[in-house]
Design a protein around this ligand. Structure first.
Ligand code: FPP
Ligand code: MG
Length: 286
């Protein structure tokens, strides 16, 4: 029975993979987004709904993420970003934060293995956020994963942890100011500090602008997202990619994150294709 069950499982897997390929070839006749970002909301509600023990909703959420990563990759989406843990999430019950961090470390180690899905598909991982806020263990696991996948170039998975958009923007502005000051000091060839301040006052070339700030964003490794999907029906961004989402299509299906599936992806791609020319025009005007 076990062997037969396995054979049936394989057959089902092959058929669904074939059907997916057919659907994706049809979708590829139209424009395909280069970057999709996900707010993976609803894991605890899923856990309650399914009577799972605490924490297993997030585990199911990780499996959903792997499936979605595979679908996006097969469709030809080059950049995939997920909101895995916000700075505000540190305010949750300490037991929940500890258990989520444990799961995170376990899954990051799993992804780092030679035979993991990211290495098989050639996906490079970036962890984006204020990584100093993570425990040493989780931070080292994240750094190892970034180094171990740095040779992969088929697609990029950005995992936002200890992330909020406001923190990212403040960080980028601070870095831009420091860089500008270094530049000014270098060009001041030994002049004194008072003269230096008089020299820079009100001069346009000494002001930082959008391009400076853009360059220092954590997310500067990716183009702006074309689509943000937030599960569980809430249409809020919750401090995620605020700087990058000016011309982005938002989609908020009622499904909880672990319930997200191929049908949601197909639906949002069709919506993207319907709105493509309008969104392109808006981007050009900005
Ligand atoms: C939001 O659902 C989800 C999270 C706070 C964590 C999601 C993390 C994972 C799926 C694991 C990711 C791991 C790696 C290595 C990428 P919620 O807790 O807010 O659920 P609720 O909205 O039902 O309360
Ligand atoms: Mg939530």
């Amino acid at each position: 029975v076990g062997v037969n069950g396995n054979k049936v499982g394989h057959l089902f897997e092959n058929i669904s993979s074939f059907v997916r390929q057919c659907i994706f070839s049809v979708l590829n006749v139209g424009p395909v987004p280069s970057h999709i970002a996900f707010i993976m909301d609803g894991n605890r509600r899923y856990s309650k709904k399914q009577n799972l023990i605490d924490g297993n909703g997030h585990r199911a959420g990780f499996s959903a993420l792997i499936n979605m990563l595979k679908y996006c990759y097969e469709l030809g989406v080059k950049y995939i970003t997920v909101y895995a843990f916000s700075i505000d999430n540190f305010k949750r019950r300490p037991e929940e934060v500890v258990s989520l961090m444990k799961l995170m470390q376990e899954k990051i180690d799993e992804l780092t293995k030679e035979e993991s899905i990211v290495n098989r598909l050639g996906i490079r991982i970036y962890f984006q956020g204020n990584l100093k806020l993570l425990s040493d263990h989780v931070r080292s696991a994240a750094e190892r994963a970034m180094v171990k996948t740095s040779g992969n170039s088929k697609a990029i998975l950005s995992i936002c942890v200890a992330y909020t958009s406001t923190d990212e923007i403040v960080h980028a502005v601070q870095e831009s100011c420091e860089e500008k000051w270094d530049e000014i000091r270098k060009n001041n060839d030994g002049g004194n500090l008072i003269r230096l301040e008089e020299n820079v006052k009100d001069k346009d070339e000494h002001r930082i602008g959008v391009t400076n700030v853009d360059r220092h964003m954590y997310m500067s490794v990716c183009p702006d997202p074309d689509i943000i999907i937030r599960t569980s029906g809430a249409a809020r961004l919750s401090n995620f990619l605020l700087w990058q989402s000016a011309h982005c299509l938002l989609y908020s299906p009622a499904a909880l994150w672990p319930e997200i599936g191929l049908r949601h992806l197909i639906w949002v791609i069709l919506d993207f294709q319907r709105n493509y020319l309008y969104l392109k025009e808006k981007k050009k005007q900005s």
